[in-house]
Ligand binder design. Sequence first.
Ligand code: FEO
Length: 170
Amino acid sequence: MINKKMQQALNEQINHEIGSAYLYLSMAAYFGSAGFDGMAQWMHMQAHEEYAHAMRFFNHILERDGKVELLALTKPKIKWATPLAVFQDTYKHEKFISSKIHALVELASKEKDHAAGILLQWFVTEQVEEEATASKILQMLERVGDSGNGMFMLDRELGTRTITTGTEEK
Ligand code: FEO
């Protein structure tokens, strides 16, 4: 059975992951209305992935006879000046999520919760990938600058992203 401290912290992480999905959905809406359909697709896929992350914590709590408690979501940002500004926020947000995962790793270690520790190891690796991906897209946007052709190509490339739920073996 999961202890109360760990349970509360994992419930809060469910909220952060669903909150991430909500933020990325808001970014998808921005891209959709700004005519960047490829980037909108990329953000939709990212939102799906975040939902899958939340479900990993959700299932872990239930499997250990804990209680899932869904918390209130805050309204995400809805406006950005440019696609570059969106991905700056994405990268910043992923760094924030990494800090939350690292704090959970420390808590699991302090509470001697080895089961949560194993679950969290997957997330440590996942966050390295999440940050790297956001950083790479950010760099590409910086390189493209004001080039309409470059933006067109990048939008098309990002639109090829298909669903990855984060539940596959990695
Ligand atoms: Fe679930 Fe993008 O961190």
